[in-house]
Structures are given as structure tokens and as C-alpha cells.
Design a protein around this ligand. Structure first.
Ligand SMILES: [Zn+2]
Ligand SMILES: [Zn+2]
Ligand SMILES: [Zn+2]
Ligand SMILES: [Zn+2]
Ligand SMILES: [Zn+2]
Ligand SMILES: [Zn+2]
Ligand SMILES: [Zn+2]
Length: 427
């Protein structure tokens, strides 16, 4: 059908920085994988569940007067080998994996001004916005990629290198071994003089012999790149000892050319720090054994709902599980969720910390999202859990540390959470 709402709609396109909530409802954890899918508001790009017990899409429409939504439903394509573990994530794959190959997407436009009826497709005042929503990056991935990319910045010390004359006497053979010991991996090239030094010793005695850092201490040469992480695209793990942080070198190709190293011919052989961090995350996610080797029993139910790791977010998950496990905290946010959603005056639930507290309380305590999957032998295995992405974005909004993907101190996060809750509850 077409209706007056559709024919007269004047919609705009989401900008590249507008979050498009197309994978999950912003007020509950119903998502695009459910039978009803998710309704993305074509006026403000809020995501709402269009059915089930909550029907937040309808509620959003009635409160905002935004009648037109795009319903998106995702269906996994049957795979030939469904037991196969997904390939390990890398930083690069987070960006590039659209999942398009593994899923089919079904979409249609709906008008809530006409009781949720389907609107015929291809109307020229609606279609460009529909296409923009279909092609937009999911809000949660947008947060993640931004956080990862912002993580590593350049510093002045790399610019200070520019204009060095080529070192004709430099021998590429020196790149294979630390100049001070026999280590042949985890090697760092000093971009000032070409010295090769091994990486830091880890607390458990593994790693290198600290010859990279002792070169800096002896000479003041502060910037280096990790050999084996250099890609033909001109990226590499770089480190500045003066800033004492991971950095990116915006002029890497030029800096390596000084030593006769052609970036385009490099092959990445060692894991980058981002990859190592994601490996670490996967381990945290999948280890079901305690330190002393006892196997943990999988459980699920109201109050026993897992929180997915968003990437170094275990500090937040553990604090949230503890805090929402406190009776008074649960009672404040779980039974009252529907009341808040009905009366909340914030235009965008994703921006409202109270909405997000209620959403999470409902997610953890309703039991609706705590479903144990079974392993190949039919025994209960792990639960998919819920991803506290919109909560994290709301609570960490402008915080310079918690808005990143880095590991953080759980106690500091608890203090931050307390302060934020205090502010919204008093306002
Ligand atoms: Zn919902
Ligand atoms: Zn809207
Ligand atoms: Zn209508
Ligand atoms: Zn060494
Ligand atoms: Zn040096
Ligand atoms: Zn620096
Ligand atoms: Zn709210």
C-alpha cells in the first residue's frame, strides 16, 4: 500500500557520524535475528523491536510522530560445516567483515501511522534513506572501530625524523637478529639509527631481553617499529619511548626508505598489538576453566545472563554483573523499565542513561536472553549473552578512558558508574 504518511514524508539521509541502530532495539535486547527483526526509524535512525512483549518500535513512533520505519531481519545462511569455529578476529577483519556473505537480509518499509502496514517499496522520497540505512555501519561497530582507530595516534617524535639522508652503508642483514643478543623475533628497529633491539621481557620471563628499550636509554632515540608487523600498505606497530605508548608513524614508508627498506615488498609475519589484544580477548571469552583447573558448569536464567565481551570490556562486565546483582539496584531498574520507557522524554533512548540502565536490567533479569546453546553432544554449553554496547556508549560517552577499547581498572569504572547514576537520578 501507499499512504499519506509515505507520500508526504520528507526524510533526510544519516550522515557518516549518525549512529544507525539497525542490529538491536535501543530499549531491549531483541535484535535483527529475531523473527520480527528490528525497525529502524527512517527519521531519527533509532532502533526498536516491532513486536514481541515490548514493541518499542510502535512506542517510539507514537511518542515521536516518526511513522515510517525500515524493518530489517537477518537470517543466517545454512553453512556446510556449522561446527567450525569462526576464524579468529583481527583488527582488520572487524572493519571489513560485513557479514554479508553469511547472512541474508530481508527488509521492508512499514508505516506505524497505519497500524504498522507494509508500504510499497521504491517511493522516490523514501528509497534513498532506505538505501542509506541498509548500507550504514551498525551503530555498535561504528563505536568499536572509532575507538580502536582513535586508540593509536601519531606523535611529534615521528615528524622530527623527517629529512634524514639515506644510510647507504646500512645492511638489511642486520634486521634478522637483535644487535645485542641472539633473539630473532619480537625485534624493534630504531628509526633514528637503524639499530635492531629485542622487545621487553615479560613478567613471566618470556619475551625479549629489553635491548630495544636499553638502546633508547643509552641514546635517546625514541621511535621504533616492530619488524614483522610492517604491511605493504605502510602500517606497522610503532612505539615511542618518550611518550611511552603505542603510536602510528604517518610517514613510515619514507622513514624505512632511509634504511633501504621498501614497504611495498614487506610481508607481515608477526602479530600486531591489536591482534594480540583480540587473541587475549578470545581467551577470556572461551576459557571455562578456573585457574586451578576446575571445569565451570554453564548456567542460565533470570539473573544468570551473560555479558558479551566488546573487546577489553571485561572490567565493565564484571562490575555490571555485581552491581545489577544487588537487590535494590535490580528493583530500581528491572520492574520499572516499561514505566520509564513510556514516560521518558529523551528523543533518543540510546542517549538516555536511564533508558540504558533499564534496558540492561531487563536484559540481565528477564531471563529472555539467557539461552544455553548445546555442544555437539547435546550438553548445555555456553550462552550467547547480551552485548552491552549501547549501555557502554551511554555511560562512557565523553569519558576519555572508558570510551576507548582499552583495558581499564574495574574499581575506577565502578566509581564512574556511581557518579553517572547519581547525576541522572537527581536530575
Ligand atoms: Zn525493544
Ligand atoms: Zn524516530
Ligand atoms: Zn501511513
Ligand atoms: Zn636483545
Ligand atoms: Zn637508535
Ligand atoms: Zn613520542
Ligand atoms: Zn530514557
Amino acid at each position: 500500500m501507499t499512504c499519506e504518511h509515505a507520500l508526504t514524508a520528507r526524510l533526510s539521509l544519516p550522515s557518516s557520524s549518525t549512529p544507525v541502530y539497525k542490529e538491536e532495539c535501543t530499549q531491549c535486547f531483541d535484535n535483527q535475528d529475531t523473527a520480527e527483526g528490528v525497525d529502524v526509524c527512517l527519521s531519527c535512525f533509532n532502533g526498536g523491536c516491532p513486536g514481541g512483549p515490548y514493541n518499542h518500535a510502535h512506542q517510539h513512533s507514537m511518542k515521536s510522530g516518526h511513522y515510517l520505519t525500515l524493518n530489517i531481519r537477518r537470517i543466517a545462511k545454512p553453512s556446510s560445516d556449522s561446527d567450525e569455529r569462526p576464524a579468529k578476529l583481527t583488527k582488520l577483519e572487524i572493519r571489513e567483515d560485513t557479514g554479508a556473505d553469511d547472512f541474508e537480509y530481508h527488509t521492508f518499509v512499514r508505516c506505524w501511522g497505519c497500524s504498522g502496514a507494509r508500504v510499497e517499496s521504491g517511493l522516490e522520497n523514501i528509497d534513498p534513506t532506505v538505501q542509506a540505512v541498509i548500507h550504514a555501519v551498525e551503530a555498535s561497530k561504528g563505536h568499536e572501530i572509532k575507538a580502536w582507530a582513535e586508540e593509536v595516534t601519531a606523535c611529534q617524535h615521528f615528524n622530527d625524523l623527517s629529512g634524514q639522508a639515506p644510510r647507504d652503508s646500512f645492511s638489511l642483514d642486520t634486521l634478522h637478529q637483535c644487535s645485542a643478543c641472539d633473539k630473532r623475533e619480537n625485534l624493534w628497529l630504531c628509526l633514528t639509527c637503524g639499530n635492531v633491539g629485542c622487545g621487553r621481557r615479560q613478567y613471566d620471563g618470556s619475551g625479549g631481553n629489553n635491548h630495544g628499550i636499553s638502546h633508547y636509554e643509552a641514546t635517546g632515540h625514541c621511535v621504533s617499529v616492530k619488524l614483522g608487523t610492517i604491511t605493504p600498505e605502510g602500517t606497522a606497530d610503532a612505539y615511542c619511548y618518550t611518550c611511552d605508548d603505542n603510536k602510528m608513524d604517518p610517514h613510515l614508508a619514507a622513514h624505512l626508505k632511509v634504511f633501504g627498506i621498501n614497504v611495498a615488498a614487506q610481508q607481515k609475519t608477526e602479530k600486531s598489538i591489536a591482534e594480540l589484544q583480540l587473541d587475549q580477548n578470545l581467551k577470556f571469552d572461551f576459557s571455562m576453566t578456573t585457574a586451578d583447573g576446575a571445569k565451570l558448569e554453564p548456567v542460565a536464567g533470570p539473573g544468570l545472563t551473560g555479558l558479551k565481551n566488546l573487546g577489553n570490556s571485561c572490567y565493565m562486565a564484571s562490575v555490571l554483573q555485581c552491581v545489577f546483582g544487588i537487590d535494590r539496584f535490580r528493583d530500581r531498574y528491572f520492574p520499572t523499565a516499561a514505566d520509564h520507557f513510556a514516560t521518558c522524554t529523551q528523543a533518543n533512548p540510546a542517549q538516555c542513561l536511564l533508558c540504558q540502565l533499564h534496558k540492561l536490567a531487563n536484559g540481565l533479569w528477564s531471563g529472555r536472553y539467557a539461552n544455553l546453546e548445546t555442544d555437539s553432544e547435546g550438553r548445555p554449553a555456553h550462552q550467547a549473552g547480551i552485548a552491552p554496547s549501547t549501555f557502554k556508549a551511554a555511560v562512557a560517552k565523553e569519558h576519555y578512558e572508558f570510551s576507548t577499547m582499552r583495558q581499564q581498572d574495574a574499581f575506577e569504572f565502578l566509581l564512574h558508574l556511581e557518579k553517572q547514576v547519581d547525576v541522572v537520578e537527581r536530575s
